[in-house]
Design a protein around this ligand. Sequence first.
Ligand code: GDP
Ligand code: IMO
Ligand code: MG
Length: 426
Amino acid sequence: MTVDVLLGLQWGDEGKGKIVDVLTNSYDIIARFQGGPNAGHTLEFNGIKHVLHTIPSGVFHKNKINVIGNGVVIDPIIFKKEIEGLEKFSIDLKKSLLISKKAHIILPTHRILDAASEISKGKSKIGSTLKGIGPAYMDKTGRNGIRIGDIISSDWKIKYNTLLKKHLNLLDNFKKIPVYDLKSIEKEFFKGIELLKKFNLVDSEQYLFEENLKGKNILAEGAQGSMLDVDFGTYPFVTSSTTTAAGACTGLGISPTKIKDVFGIFKAYVTRVGSGPFPTELHDENGEKMSKIGKEFGATTGRARRCGWIDLVALKYSIQINGVTKLMMMKSDVLCGFKKIKICNGYKINNKVYHHLPYNINSDNVEPLYEEIEGWSENISNIISEKKLPKNFINYIKYLEEKLSVPIVIISVGPDRKQTIFRENF
Ligand code: GDP
Ligand code: IMO
Ligand code: MG
């Protein structure tokens, strides 16, 4: 009956994978709605850590259906690696994974174009994950893309070669391009295509509509975060898809009137990987401490994530754009041991104070305005009941709920499934 949406409210890596996995018990279908293998969603249980890129985070639960929606872009090479990685856990995704025929394909040349584009930007590069995301979405909106449904059509190779030729022409326009061996990448690519053909390729919007009518519960899983949204993020340092709640409608074909809850996930502090403005970024021992305790390295690229204090200007903006109904705070354990916790409540730009996200921010012109509260020294990573949480931590939660006007219903205190506190208001 229900369709709920779960998405990140910051610059990605909030912990979406962990929470989708934790919530999957309450749903019949988990459906990814946008992004591609730029995502890295981490799940931990039974002492094993899994990182998923294209495949929805409900796959470790029996008798659940996982859907890759039309809004997702799929790299057949990465998809094949993910499937092979899951095989050792005896997960038969041929039955439980449905792939939209309308999802677009990332070609090897999309990745090369991504790298060439970044090289050409020099110091102002986006800091892309170099997975070909931007070029693939450009072909989608430019109406040149190839979709999953095309791989089973008789003119698939013609379509592939037409787009390949266009890409090679485009690459000729770049002064500098990365070294690449197209033939060997294509070999892997076509193996991935053959594997994709063995899966259940469907009109997923129709499937979801019918299942919903039958009373099935659907959880729409977002990738990246609202501040990386192509419209509302810190443009141009964003990704190329709609990462906000609207993306669940366009990326799955679900009507807005069907959506009940929008779960917004945020870290108790902030991280960002790649370039772009980050008003509360820390370049001191506090930032280093967050990075070290939080093990802040990208799940997809391994790059160090930049760390900083929580930013309520950006968070309020994300809550507003998404219509968040319930908040979930992640990595709360990481802030243990900080004497004071800083909270950014405003930006000062050219002597003017802002409480909303202005048109353009860049890290040089924004002075974050902070309030400070007392930190806590108690280790909270083994706590399972909110009643046992330290007083100063509860004060932090209360402070945030008051400023954000949305209840925090889950508190995550560690990477494992079990390290999750469901509050009484859940
Ligand atoms: P996603 O992209 O939003 O799914 O997030 P990532 O998986 O990229 O990054 C989140 C990282 O934090 C992963 O390594 C998780 O295992 C880890 N994590 C998630 N929740 C918690 C938490 O509450 N505490 C700690 N210490 N780690 C967490
Ligand atoms: P998950 O789903 C964090 C960032 C990149 C770069 C910008 C554009 O794991 O939260 P792209 O490859 O999309 O062209 O990169 O967006 N980025 C992410 N940062 N988590 C992600 O996904 C990200 N996906 C893209 O670092 O700054
Ligand atoms: Mg991630």
